[in-house]
Design a protein around this ligand. Structure first.
Ligand code: NAP
Length: 287
């Protein structure tokens, strides 16, 4: 049933630049309709220079909460009154809600990343390779640390960015068991890894390419999991080759759903219908 907007309807949203492509309104509005919760969730394009003014304006119009996507996940932090230790450790916020003392922020990407993995392999993983060292890699490293993975290897293409990535955790309460490597180290690392996570956009941009070659995927041991944070297209070339090799392949759709569900639970303070969110997204993506 279509949702009826009344004078009582409250506002939620996602801010970013760009943000019109976001799938979040699809899944959140499906869940809100199912719950008969009188809210509407919209995409709000905000330029970086307008971020502070927008946040003040959100307070003035009593916005009930919002998600944050690129490029505001770090820039929002000084504008918040409180930040959860989890978001502080990652250095990025993706979910904000109002409190008596101002905006509060957290990061639900860790929950989003971990939930499907824990369901797949409750016993955990011993050695993880993270491809890429950007924003999503931070949530993956935090998630793997929380999951008590004893060895996390982050592989990147830019030595400066890699060493800054490693240094950024030095004062963190998380203290991840982290080593960073150049791409050339992969042939040595792959035979020991029981989870490889692609956090680069390769497979989406450019479509049809894979961060690992077929030969590199062959080096992974039996029982390894290939996890691609990309959710569109699915499967990516990386997951297609991993599945053909007999490995378990996991795409990023469930992460997207679970981080969204965790945010909606914060805003509504009640359990949310994850299955409805999943079905709405899959229908939208034609899957
Ligand atoms: P980001 O901060 O821009 O980081 C991207 C990383 O990929 C950087 O380390 C970058 O290397 C590396 N990279 C880019 N192109 C590469 C290439 N051709 N070869 C090797 N490395 C390359 O982006 P992000 O926010 O972390 O997002 C990364 C991906 O995760 C995107 O595809 C996004 O859609 C996906 N994601 C999914 C979810 C979900 O819910 N499923 C959530 C967040 C992100 P440099 O540092 O050297 O530039």
């Amino acid at each position: 049933m279509a949702q009826i907007i009344t004078g009582e309807t409250q506002l939620l949203g996602v801010i970013g630049d760009p943000v019109r492509h976001s799938f979040s309104p699809i899944m959140h509005n499906a869940a809100l309709a199912e719950l008969e919760a009188d809210y509407i969730y919209v995409a709000l394009p905000i330029k970086p220079e307008a971020l502070a003014a927008a946040i003040d304006g959100f307070r003035a119009i009593d916005l009930r909460g919002f998600n944050i996507t690129i490029p505001h996940k770090q820039a929002i932090m000084p504008l918040l009154a409180t930040i959860t230790p989890e978001a502080e450790a990652i250095g990025a916020v993706n979910t904000v809600w109002p409190t008596d003392v101002g905006w509060a922020g957290t990061n639900t990407d860790v929950t989003g990343f971990l939930s499907p993995l824990k369901e797949l392999v409750p016993q955990g993983r011993q050695q993880v390779i993270v491809l890429g060292n950007g924003g999503a890699a931070r949530a993956v490293v935090a998630g793997c640390t929380q999951w008590e993975v004893p060895e996390i290897h982050v592989v990147g293409r830019n030595a400066d960015k890699l060493s800054r990535f490693a240094a950024s955790w030095q004062d963190s309460p998380l203290q991840p068991p982290l080593l960073v490597h150049s791409w050339e180290a992969l042939p040595e690392l792959l035979p020991g890894a029981d989870l490889v996570v692609n956090t680069t956009p390769v497979g989406m941009k450019p479509v049809g390419e894979s961060p690992l070659s077929r030969e590199q995927i062959e080096l992974l041991p039996e029982g390894a999991i290939a996890y691609d944070l990309i959710y569109n297209p699915s499967p990516t070339k990386f997951l297609e080759m991993a599945a053909a090799r007999g490995l378990t392949a996991l795409d990023g759709l469930e992460m997207l759903i679970r981080q969204g569900a965790a945010a909606l639970e914060i805003w509504l303070q009640r359990p949310v219908p994850i299955n409805t969110m999943r079905q709405a997204l899959k229908a939208h993506l034609g899957r």
